[in-house]
Design a protein around this ligand. Structure first.
Ligand code: 6PG
Length: 260
């Protein structure tokens, strides 16, 4: 497994330029996927970072194939849909209320008792939608991920057994208050994606970003993401990129997108 992040590390002068880049990429990928497969299937993260991106996408994403777009969650907190902690609740408020995605194309994580039983129910949703046979993995067109200051991504936290899951598509994750129990996609699913995009902003994330970009591989949960055959991006604002060697001139082989 290569030590360094296997994809493109793009550092932007501001979160706004980062979001503009990602809106353009979403537009391109959605049109390509619909032309290729008749649908665009994404798994989205929650948290604070993507909220304004979803608003921007909702405002600028006119004319995109929303009627062929399917929305899944990369992870979800096990709270009622109207709870402020709900990832899908935030995505509905910031994006889905602005674009014409058919309700049947939005696939919530079922609230089905314990984290484990909810994860099993979500796995059933994935197996049915992707028509998976035994041992097969779903192939999302895009998985949008964040990185926590501790290096977690989706709801795969340092030391959590879910990080080691190699067979199941989803895992239940027990958390302690004030956090919430969660369900997360597993690494094999994330790695089977056509395009994995990490979106990371803020100086408090810069140590985790440096570890994920520079390696060693596997140092943190986010470092374990190694898409096979797909594209991988880490999109950063200057604060999150501030501990990368050579910032503001990124290391050789990596590109400062605001210079593009
Ligand atoms: C969640 C997210 C989680 C998030 C990171 C970063 O459910 O909390 O999916 O993985 O991406 O914690 O969160 P912020 O964007 O709020 O910093």
């Amino acid at each position: 497994m290569s030590e360094e992040f296997p994809g493109l590390v793009l550092a932007f002068a501001s979160k706004e330029t980062l979001e503009g880049f990602l809106v353009r990429r979403w537009s391109q990928w959605s049109r390509e996927a619909v032309a290729r497969d008749g649908r665009f299937v994404v798994a989205l993260s929650g948290g604070r970072t993507p909220a304004t991106f979803f608003e921007r996408l909702g405002a600028e994403g006119t004319g995109l194939p929303w009627d062929r777009t399917h929305i899944f969650l990369a992870d979800e907190r096990l709270v009622p849909p109207d709870d402020p902690a709900s990832n899908l609740g935030m995505i509905r408020e910031r994006l889905l209320h602005r674009v014409p995605v058919p309700p049947a194309n939005v696939h919530p994580v079922p609230l089905a008792g314990t984290p484990a039983t909810s994860a099993e129910a979500y796995e059933g949703v994935l197996r049915g939608f992707f028509e998976l046979g035994p041992g097969e993995l779903p192939r999302f067109d895009l998985v949008l991920l964040g990185i926590g200051a501790d290096g977690h991504t989706a709801s795969l936290f340092p030391g959590d057994p879910g990080l080691e899951e190699t067979k199941r598509l989803t895992v239940g994750v027990r958390r302690t208050a004030p956090d919430h129990d969660r369900v997360s996609l597993t690494l094999p699913v994330i790695d089977h994606t056509r395009a994995v995009v990490f979106m990371v902003t803020g100086a408090e994330k810069s140590p985790a970003v440096r570890a994920v970009v520079a390696g060693p591989a596997g140092a943190l949960p986010a470092s374990r993401v190694r898409p096979e055959g797909g594209q991988a991006y880490i999109l950063l604002d200057s604060a999150a990129a501030s501990r990368l060697a050579g910032w503001p001139e990124p290391p050789p082989g990596q590109v400062r997108a605001d210079l593009l």
